[in-house]
Write a protein that binds this ligand. Structure first.
Ligand code: KIV
Length: 260
């Protein structure tokens, strides 16, 4: 890992040129951000998946700018090195004016860039936000804010026409000035083709190994996922079990008089 004071877009682009994998994680709070930053994670996404992982909601749709700003501020306080991306919540980028204002608020609390879902249809919005001086990364494939339209959380791009649409969407995002795209839950070969046919940064969450970087939810990485865990997600710890046994030990000691 190259020692840099603060990860910037230039640094991320250099990593891609050198074929060094970029490591990205989704998290939502100050202590987790501090630990991920100290561990050398390159990028952090303050994701609207906070709805499901932290708030027990069934979808990301209820999340507002206020919720995102609340979590983004906490994350930014814990980060010295990582590049922080703030997620634009559902309905926060319907018009270019709204998008610029809301993206600006995420930058104002310390995010380095914003992420929004969609391809060709949001390209004019991406262009407007980038023109306002705000770095944008797109999000294609399984886009959770369109869960109703997609009919659930399924793999996208299995048919040739949908795969081609994802590719043209990625190209539209690049042409609009996005610095990269996140490809969620699409076949490996589709993600590989997009990585080959574009020159911006490509990231995969459930899209195989052929992109510049990888993203996972911290809850999956840590073994703290209490709801459904995607098949592609890998856990490197079982924090849920450790939390439960710590609470059980405390409960036992208080009841038995061992503590205090
Ligand atoms: O909010 C989020 O965590 C995301 C990921 C699912 C990619 O957008």
């Amino acid at each position: 890992m190259e020692q840099v004071k603060k990860v910037t877009l230039r640094h991320l682009l250099r990593m891609k040129r050198r074929s060094e994998k970029i490591v990205w994680v989704v998290l939502y709070d100050w202590p987790t951000a501090m630990l991920a930053d100290q561990a050398g994670i390159d990028m952090i996404l303050v994701g609207d998946s906070v709805a499901m992982t932290m708030l027990g909601l069934p979808t990301t749709l209820p999340i507002t700018m206020d919720v995102m700003l609340h979590h983004a501020q906490a994350v930014v306080r814990g980060v010295k090195r990582a590049f922080v991306v703030g997620d634009m919540p559902f309905m926060s980028y319907v018009t270019a004016e709204d998008a610029i204002k809301n993206a600006g608020e995420l930058l104002r609390v310390g995010c380095d860039a914003v992420k929004l879902e969609g391809g060709e249809s949001v390209a004019p919005i991406v262009k407007a936000v980038v023109s306002a001086g705000i770095p944008v990364i797109g999000h294609l494939g399984l886009t959770p804010q369109s869960v109703s339209l997609l009919g659930g959380y399924h793999v996208q791009g299995r048919t040739a026409d949908v795969a081609l649409k994802i590719l043209t969407d990625a190209q539209a995002l690049e042409a609009a000035g996005a610095f990269g795209v996140l490809l969620e839950n699409i076949p490996t070969e589709v993600a590989k083709t997009i990585a080959e046919q574009t020159s911006f940064l490509t990231f995969s969450i459930g899209g195989g190994p052929d992109t510049a970087g990888q993203l996972l939810l911290s809850h999956d990485v840590l073994g703290l996922t209490l709801g459904l865990k995607p098949v592609f997600a890998k856990s490197y710890a079982n924090i849920a079990e450790q939390i439960k046994s710590a609470f059980q030990a405390y409960e036992h000691e208080v009841r038995s008089g061992q503590y205090p």
